[in-house]
Ligand binder design. Structure first.
Ligand code: MN
Length: 283
């Protein structure tokens, strides 16, 4: 199943080019009182809501998904975990380009582990990425992103995929420089997830997903998740060894070679096998 958030916080099931409004199922979510439980409220209850989402989607007419304003498929991620230099050719380009490495020695993901992006950096795929530091290089990084569906801690690689709710296209926007990644990749608007979430059962094996990004008409990055140094299973196992993962937590799996600057006026056209495509404006 593919589901999206759209317009005024509506919930939709996407079939082909159509979106079916299933917002009514959100009435089944339990009420909340402060302090809120950990996790995203929707993903905490997704498995219970899913059958009614599917039955309602079969009953209500669809409308063209091209005519709605898509929102982030994850509304309230507790944390956004990301993988640095997780493709060999991106590691190679980072070591070769002083505009990326700033004179520092780029190590490997085994040295760095994973890092966290501020959840406040997350925007909707229909909103612009804001690039306003004209003295700094700001790059696109297209990445396979996943959202956790069940709370877990210290899961094995063998069991890791059981905890994935679904997959999305991710953009990990980055200013280059000497600061920590958590700073350079957490500016407002520097995380985009979309265009919708495709459930793990529909995506199937996540280690063979091709994807690419064009900036305007120019091809920039093109790769496949089969080139990941640490694959999806390893990233979940590694992250959950340090952090309890809650429903709604996001893992961005890292970007391949071809990172390059964007500027206001550009449009980033992203496409991923078995997920879809989205075009994100830079302003
Ligand atoms: Mn990245």
């Amino acid at each position: 199943m593919r589901f999206c958030r759209f317009d005024d916080n509506r919930l939709g099931v996407v079939k082909g080019d159509m979106v079916h409004d299933v917002t009514a199922v959100l009435d089944d979510l339990p009420g909340l009182r402060w302090p809120l439980p950990p996790g995203d409220h929707f993903f905490n209850h997704f498995s219970a809501l899913r059958p009614r989402m599917e039955s309602l989607a079969a009953q209500v007419p669809g409308r063209p998904v091209s005519g709605v304003r898509l929102l982030s498929p994850v509304a309230n991620p507790g944390k956004i975990i990301a993988a640095p230099v997780n493709y060999q050719l991106h590691l190679d380009e980072s070591r070769a380009d002083t505009g990326i490495n700033f004179g520092t020695q780029i190590k490997t993901i085994a040295d760095y582990g994973v890092f966290l992006k501020a959840s406040s950096s997350l925007i909707n795929p229909s909103d612009p990425v804001i690039v306003d530091r004209t003295d700094r290089r700001t790059d696109h990084e297209i990445e396979l992103a996943l959202v956790i569906g069940r709370t877990c801690r210290r899961v094995s690689e063998a069991d890791a995929l059981d905890y994935v709710a679904g997959y999305m296209i991710g953009l990990d926007m980055t200013i280059r420089g000497t600061e920590d990644r958590s700073y350079r990749k957490s500016l407002d608007t520097f995380t985009v997830l979309g265009p919708w979430c495709v459930t793990a059962d529909e995506v199937g094996e996540p280690s063979n997903i091709g994807f690419d990004i064009h900036v305007d008409a120019e091809p920039r990055q093109k790769s496949n998740s089969d080139m990941l140094i640490w694959g999806v299973r390893k990233l979940i196992a590694y992250a959950s060894d340090a952090y309890t993962l809650h429903p709604g937590d996001v893992i961005m799996t890292g970007t391949p070679e071809g990172v390059a600057p964007v500027a206001p006026g550009n449009t980033m056209h992203c496409r991923m096998d078995r997920i879809g495509s989205m075009s994100v404006v830079v302003a």
